[in-house]
Design a protein around this ligand. Structure first.
Ligand SMILES: [Zn+2]
Length: 158
């Protein structure tokens, strides 16, 4: 059994725990998990190394795990590696295995990822922040107060 990197499939010595170039934890090739490793290698072969640079940035949000994986596969078609993270604000225990997932790609792959997603049959538009409910509530409250004050003034004068 040899230690390989699940991202770039580079082989490492027995004492290595992380890939020298990708810094991801190494996995054993061969043995019971062989099918999984082969699948990983197939994915790794698709990944374009130039898109491995930079910090992770969010390019899309899947409404649940399955949709997020669909987006990942789409990105992989162009060689863009991605990782999933539970969308912040939805991390209550019941939502652990449900709920939306952020799709993150390295910064060097952001541009092509965004371009691809905008061309996708079903465009995923994640980037804008969720519209604030509070400003709307405050505006309505302010309008109500103004209306009430006007009614009071009117009642006193009239
Ligand atoms: Zn690697």
């Amino acid at each position: 059994m040899t230690l390989v990197c699940p991202t770039c499939s580079r082989e490492h010595g027995d004492d290595a725990r992380f890939c020298e170039s990708c810094a991801v934890p190494l996995v054993f090739e061969g043995g019971p998990g062989e099918a999984q490793v082969t699948e990983r290698q197939a994915r790794a072969r698709k990944i374009n190394k130039q898109y491995l640079e930079g910090d992770l940035v969010r390019v899309a949000v899947g409404r649940q795990q399955a949709e997020a994986e669909l987006i990942q596969n789409l990105l992989l078609e162009e060689g863009v590696p991605s990782t999933l993270r539970r969308t912040r604000g939805f991390d209550v225990p019941e939502m652990l295995f449900a709920g939306p997932r952020d799709v993150l790609v390295p910064q060097s792959g952001e541009e092509i990822a965004r371009e691809m997603l905008s061309r996708a049959e079903r465009p995923w538009r994640p980037t804008q922040h969720p519209r604030g409910v509070k400003p709307i509530a405050w505006t309505l409250l302010a309008l109500f107060c103004i209306g009430f004050a006007a009614w009071v003034v009117n009642a006193i004068i009239g």
